[in-house]
Structure formats: structure tokens, C-alpha cells
Design a protein around this ligand. Sequence first.
Ligand code: GRF
Length: 196
Amino acid sequence: MTKRVAIFISGSGSNMVALVKSMHSVQFALPTLVLSNKRNACGLIKARNLQIPTVCVEAKKVAGCDLKFEEAIQKELENYKIDIICLAGFMRVLSARFVDSWQGKILNIHPSLLPKYKGLNTHERVLEKHEELTGCTVHEVTRELDCGRILGQATVPIFPDDSVESIKSRVLEKEHILYPKTLEQFCLGRSGLIIM
Ligand code: GRF
């Protein structure tokens, strides 16, 4: 059965574009909705250009748990009969209640080789630690931040003259391949770990 996929963004939406394009002309998934928590997210324009319905739900509270915000999101997800949520640069932590109710149906992409470097500013920390490798991880979303089951991982080298920006763009390039591949396997119910 075709899975109806919602993609949550907050910013540029480059992973969203890669995901949407990967679902063109396949049977297993349909890019159904792009949801942003930021009205000015560039990704919203990109989604509209790709003819994907968009919705913006902004939180009232700057941080912490905002149940009204999540209720509004939930309503949209029901409206569009969503089966799977892909977080793609969505800069808001979802509550345990929300995550539990979507258990096994939310994926996230994180710009590090989890379980290393959970949280923000991964590339800065990788550089500070003089790592030789970094990469990105697609994982299931659970209550604990960046801790869910790992579904796919791609590695990139770090070179002596690298900056945060150069690492970021090298990792992002891999994200755009890894996320669609992992989503495909996930939709098809294949449980193997993807390593690139
Ligand atoms: C990516 O690096 C992703 O790993 C992280 O946020 C960034 C989103 O980039 N979660 P984009 O909005 O997909 O371009």
C-alpha cells in the first residue's frame, strides 16, 4: 500500500526536495504534505514549486512543550491521512506524547554518525575533536533526542583544511542520497541497516 508521507521542515528544505523527488513515479510512497513551523522557511517555496501541499504551524511558546502546537499538527496529519513523518531539518523537539502516538512512523536525519554527537552544532564539535570521519544518520524518532533505532548511515572523510561549512556541504550531499534510500527501505518494510 502507498504510504502517505509528511515532511517537517524549518529551513532550507534541501532534504525535503531530495525526498520529494525520490518519490516521483514510485508506488510505495506519496509526498503528501510539507509542514513547517517557520512561516519564512525557504523550503516552503520549494515545496510549492514541486506542487506539494504546504502548511505552516507556528508554536506560541519559544521552547518547551506546546500542546496546542502539536494538536494543530496532529489535525493536519489527520486531514491529509498521513502514514509516515520525515523530519528534515525540523528545529523543534516533539513531546513524548506526540512521539509515542507516532511510534515507529517518524524518521529523522541527523548530521553526525550517531550515537556520536547528538544534538546541535555537530560539525563544530567534530572539528574540535579532530575526527577523521563524520557523516549522517537516519533513525527512528523516540522520546530521547537522537536515540532511536538507526536505519541508515553514510560516512564522509574530514580533511585537514576543512571548515564547518565544507564539512556541512559534504555531509549534506550524502544526506540527499541516504534519506531517500532509507525511506524507501522503511516504506517497503525492509529492516536491514543501510550503510554508505
Ligand atoms: C540537515 O543537515 C539535517 O541533517 C539536519 O538539519 C539540516 C537540514 O537541512 N537535521 P535542509 O533544511 O534539509 O537543507
